[in-house]
Structure formats: structure tokens, C-alpha cells
Design a protein. Structure first.
Lengths: 310, 287
């Protein structure tokens, strides 16, 4: 891995660096993801993994039909996912649209993070002024994590300088809030692009890189997550700072979640197995984790009648 | 003369309209009534039972909301396709149960007729089992039969086709979905039936067929939180039946006790009635 001699900000400097990254062996990555997915997880590890996965969930509702009541109900669930079992841990954060951040903050207080999506989520098609205003609104509303989307059009057109500049500006507008940068990998077409976008986001100051908005057909996949985990691992080796990863969208079962935890351990290392550095963006995943947790506690299979409907 | 290489068969499970191998990867040998080897069948595990219950739950919403007329048509279609494969069923039943030509033909014909019989009830049982109830107040009071939900069933061990059909038809005709564990020693007719079900307009997940050992699979279905009722018809071991009833009590399931009726006799509505819930609606009439 090369070193970063000078700050990379211009399109040409970024292009030289990003296109100098080693290419991704797509077939190899997919084979590795499949191989790691077949690992057998025994009961003790499984119950540890389920609790860890619950603690890593960003419980999400990002619908046009979200109401304050729905957000409040979700926040109550985030604080105490399984009312029948006080030993069930809370999730990491709730993730809502910016205008719902005050509603969420009022319920969760200082107990959980409140993540808000901003910057013209999910398309990112708006002027930078609008995006920054969106971010400031969400931060003022009590969000302490901002999930921004990159301008995929600019990225695919090769205008890396613009993407970089926007991330830097949003990071500045965030103030103390953590910045998660959504790459929308389903629209980046290739794993090479995923690797480049990951580096671009980290160079611009992202605290987390996130796969997807959940609004396009292809969301988080194990292969994409491996590429991103490799990027944060290499970035840490180069600069010493640890960036988090958040796969989002399409992770619905405990089995999938546990497979992702295996990927984290085997790719980035155990240091990333913490809610500070790895999150799941999900809504239905939590119920499945709770059902598996109940299954391990009571010894028989549970069902959707025994968890809350969200 | 006959120099064809034998086509050796290893059958699979039937879950959610697909034919997966057992999650455990296990199979067991199936022999005919004279202990001659017939084929390999999948040996279902608790995880297959879990997958089947999940598929049955997924299939329940659509199937229970389908019109009674449509459910009747689908069951009739199953009977039609069975009729087309009558010779195969007769051969299967003959091999499995060691019956003579006439007896096995009678068993298959009765199985097909039984499906038609229940298909006919699809849009009629509600008139018989539902009611408008006289009440002492200004209300219309309706009692309406609704399906119980996901039903697990242990198919009869001896009557491998007729018994199986007689167990699952009354469960699904009212809109329930079923996870059925086929006869352990005689699973081939059940497996042939799954090939019929897969091509007979039956939506995925309505009938899921596991092969294997009920003593291994049934306890997981009996205790499963997302199974609403269990039919123990084919449980021959009294201790196991008792254990299953205890397991089922943990999640307040309906339990139908083991039974060995004469399957050739025309049934009554007992089985159909067992797996419905009566919803009572009070509707004000003013005045």
C-alpha cells in the first residue's frame, strides 16, 4: 500500500490515487464470501453473536408514511427490544429522516444514538446548499449521527473532486455529529468502484462508510461488505484511524447477520466487532434476532406472535 | 435384453413449493413391503421443520384470503392431476403397503374421491358450521368459521396415501396451511403426491411434506411458537403422543389425538371442523 504524501483534493490527484488502487478480484471475493458464510457457529458463539448483532442494529424507518407515533413506537422498541426479557440489549441507534430526529431524541434521551439521513436522501440530487441545510436541520433537531448520500452521478462521471468537496462540506456542517457516508453500492456497478468510493469517502473525512440507502433493488451484499472492510482495514494500516462500516438493506435474518459478523472478524479483524465500528442498517432484522434469542432461551422455535410488529 | 442402466432415485423434501434436500444432508433407504430396496428419501431434521413452518406461515396469508370457491377448484385440480397419474399411485401404494391389484386401485380411487369430496365442501362448510345466532339485544350475531393457521400433522404410518390425503385435505380446504410428516417406512406415495401438488396450482407453502422420523421432527413442531395446531393422527407410540401433547400445551395449540380410523369409509366433518376457529361478530341493528 502506497502512502498519501499530500492532501488529495483535486479530481486529478484523486483519480491518480483511486485508480492506482489494486483491482478487485470479483470472483475471488464472492467465493470468499460464500466460503465464510458456510462456517458453522456453535451455540455459545451464536448467542454471543445474536446479542452483539442486536447491539449493532441501527433500527430504521425511512418511509414517506412515517408518523411521529410510528417513530416513537420504534424508539421505544429500540430501547427495550424484547419486553419479555430484560436481559435483551438495546440497539445501537435509531435511524430516521431529519424532520423526525427531534421526535426520536425526545424518546431515547441520551441512551441511544439518533441517526438522521440527510443531503437529499436517497437520490442526493440537490444543490450543495440544500444538502448542507438538510444536515444542519437534522443536527439542530438532535441527531448525533448523519447518514449522507454521495452524488453517484458525479462519482460515475469521474468527478471525484466534487464528491470529495461535498463530503468535506457536509462533515464540517455536522459539527460534533458522526458522519456516515452512503456509497449506494447498488448503483456503482463494479466492486472496483466500491473500493474507490470507500477510499474517497474515508479520505474526505467519513467516520463510517455505509453500503446502501435501502431504496434501490440491490442493497448490501457480502461481497460489497468484504471490499469495504478491506478498505477500512487498509486505511487504518495507512493512517492509524479506524473507520466504521455499515451494511444496510436486505439483511433480514439472524443467519445473514451472523455471516456478516464472520466477515468482519475475518476481514477487518476483531477490533471492528463493536457497535462503534460496525452497524446493521435494518428494520425487520431485529425481530428475527429476537426470535432466535427467544429460541435459545426457551429451547423451542418462536414466532412473529412473540415480537412486536413494527 | 434389458441393458438400461437403472435410474436410482434419491427423493427430496417438499417445502414452500420447492424440492430442497434435507438441511442435514441425510437420507435413508426406503423398502417395499417385501423388504426390497425402492429408493432413498430425505431424512428431515428440526431445521427442515423450521423452514417448513416458515414456508407454511408465508403461504397462509394468500391461501386463507383466497375465495372458498378458488380453494375448492385448486383441490379439485389436485384430484385431476392425481387421476392422470393413477397407475403410478397404484404401483406406489402396492409396493409400499403390499396390497393386491384391486385393493390398491381401490385405495387410490378413494384418495382421489376424498379430495373431490373435500373440494366440494370448500364453499359449503361455512353455511353448515356458521350461523346467525339469536341474541337478547338489538344485534345481528354471526358465528363465522375461520382457519386456525399453520397446522402440523403427523400422517398415518400404515395408510401411506389415503391416510395422508384424508389428513391434509380437511386441514387445507378451510384455508389452513400444513406441515405434514409423511409415513416413515412408506413415504413414496407421499413423495409422488408432492410432485402432483407442485404442478396443480397449489400456491407455495400451503402443503409442505417432510419425510423422516416423527420422533425426531414432531417435538420441534409441537413446541414451535408459530404453529397453531397439531394433528397427531399418525403417532403410534403413546409415550411420544403424550410428550407431544405436553410440548404443544406450552404454546396453547389445538391438538388432535392419535387415531386409526377406517380410511376407506366416507368421513364426516370432524377433521375439517377441528382446525377452524369460530369468530363471533356482534353487529348493531339500531332501534
Amino acid at each position: 500500500m502506497r502512502t498519501i504524501a499530500e492532501p488529495l483534493t483535486t479530481t486529478s490527484a484523486l483519480r491518480e490515487f483511486l485508480h492506482g488502487l489494486p483491482g478487485v478480484d470479483e470472483v475471488g471475493i464472492k467465493a470468499r464470501a460464500t466460503a465464510l458464510g458456510t462456517r458453522s457457529i456453535k451455540n455459545d458463539s451464536k448467542s454471543w453473536a445474536i446479542d452483539m448483532a442486536i447491539r449493532m442494529v441501527d433500527l430504521t424507518t425511512l418511509e414517506g408514511m412515517d408518523t411521529p407515533g410510528k417513530v416513537r413506537a420504534m424508539c421505544a422498541k429500540a430501547l427495550r427490544p424484547d419486553p419479555t426479557d430484560p436481559t435483551a440489549p438495546s440497539v445501537a441507534a435509531v435511524c430516521v429522516y431529519g424532520d423526525m430526529a427531534p421526535v426520536a431524541r425526545a424518546v431515547v434521551g441520551d441512551n441511544l444514538h439518533v441517526a438522521a439521513v440527510a443531503t437529499a436522501f436517497p437520490s442526493g440530487r440537490a444543490s450543495i446548499e440544500v444538502k448542507l441545510r438538510d444536515v444542519r436541520d437534522a443536527v439542530a433537531g438532535g441527531a448525533d449521527e448523519i447518514d449522507m448520500v454521495i452524488d453517484r452521478g458525479a462519482f460515475l462521471a469521474g468527478n471525484y473532486g466534487l464528491v470529495h468537496e461535498q463530503i468535506v462540506a457536509v462533515k464540517a456542517a455536522c459539527g460534533l455529529a458522526h458522519l456516515k457516508v452512503i456509497l449506494e453500492t447498488g448503483e456503482l456497478r463494479t466492486l472496483d468502484n466500491v473500493r474507490r468510493a470507500s477510499w474517497l469517502a474515508m479520505l474526505a473525512g467519513a467516520d463510517f462508510i455505509k453500503t446502501s440507502t435501502g431504496k434501490v433493488p440491490v442493497a448490501a451484499t457480502p461481497a460489497v461488505t468484504i471490499v469495504m472492510l478491506q478498505a477500512v482495514r487498509d486505511y487504518c494500516a495507512l493512517t492509524g484511524s479506524q473507520i466504521g462500516v455499515k451494511p444496510a438493506g436486505g439483511i433480514r435474518t439472524s443467519k445473514d447477520a451472523i455471516k456478516y459478523l464472520v466477515l468482519v472478524k475475518e476481514t477487518a479483524g476483531e477490533a471492528w466487532l463493536t457497535p462503534d465500528l460496525f452497524r446493521f442498517g435494518a428494520s425487520t432484522l431485529l425481530n428475527d434476532l429476537l426470535m432466535q434469542r427467544q429460541r435459545m432461551a426457551v429451547g423451542h422455535y418462536s414466532g412473529p406472535d412473540y415480537v412486536t410488529i413494527d | 435384453m434389458n441393458d438400461r442402466v437403472a435410474v436410482r432415485k434419491t427423493y427430496k423434501l417438499f417445502i414452500g413449493g420447492a424440492f430442497p434436500r434435507s438441511e442435514s444432508g441425510r437420507t435413508y433407504g426406503v423398502h417395499d413391503a417385501k423388504e426390497k430396496f425402492l429408493a432413498n428419501a430425505a431424512k428431515g431434521s428440526r431445521k427442515d421443520a423450521r423452514d417448513a413452518a416458515l414456508a407454511a406461515r408465508a403461504g397462509f396469508a394468500g391461501w386463507s384470503a383466497a375465495t372458498a370457491y378458488n380453494r375448492g377448484q385448486v383441490l379439485y385440480r389436485v384430484a385431476e392431476v392425481m387421476e392422470g397419474r393413477r397407475e403410478q399411485f397404484i404401483a406406489d401404494v402396492q409396493a409400499a403397503e403390499g396390497l393386491g391389484d384391486k385393493k390398491s386401485a381401490r385405495v387410490v380411487d378413494t384418495s382421489i374421491d376424498r379430495l373431490v369430496w373435500y373440494a366440494g365442501w370448500a364453499d359449503k362448510y361455512a353455511q353448515v358450521l356458521g350461523n346467525t345466532n339469536p341474541v337478547a339485544g338489538p344485534y345481528f350475531n354471526f358465528a363465522i368459521p375461520e382457519p386456525t393457521g399453520v397446522v402440523a400433522a403427523i400422517a398415518p404410518q400404515d395408510s401411506s396415501l389415503l391416510g395422508l390425503v384424508s389428513v391434509i385435505a380437511p386441514i387445507v380446504v378451510t384455508g389452513n396451511t400444513v406441515v405434514v410428516v409423511a409415513s416413515t417406512r412408506r413415504p413414496i406415495p407421499a413423495i409422488t403426491l408432492t410432485e402432483v401438488l407442485a404442478t396443480a396450482d397449489l400456491p407455495p407453502g400451503v402443503v409442505n411434506v417432510l419425510t423422516g422420523d416423527p420422533a425426531e421432527i414432531a417435538p420441534w413442531l409441537a413446541s414451535h411458537g408459530d404453529v397453531n395446531a397439531i394433528d397427531l393422527t399418525g403417532v403410534t407410540n403413546q409415550d411420544l403422543a403424550k410428550q407431544l401433547e405436553i410440548e404443544a400445551a406450552g404454546t396453547v395449540k389445538r391438538v388432535r389425538r392419535p387415531a386409526q380410523p377406517n380410511w376407506l369409509a366416507t368421513p364426516d366433518l370432524g377433521r375439517l371442523t377441528f382446525f377452524i376457529e369460530t369468530k363471533t361478530v356482534w353487529h348493531p341493528i339500531g332501534a
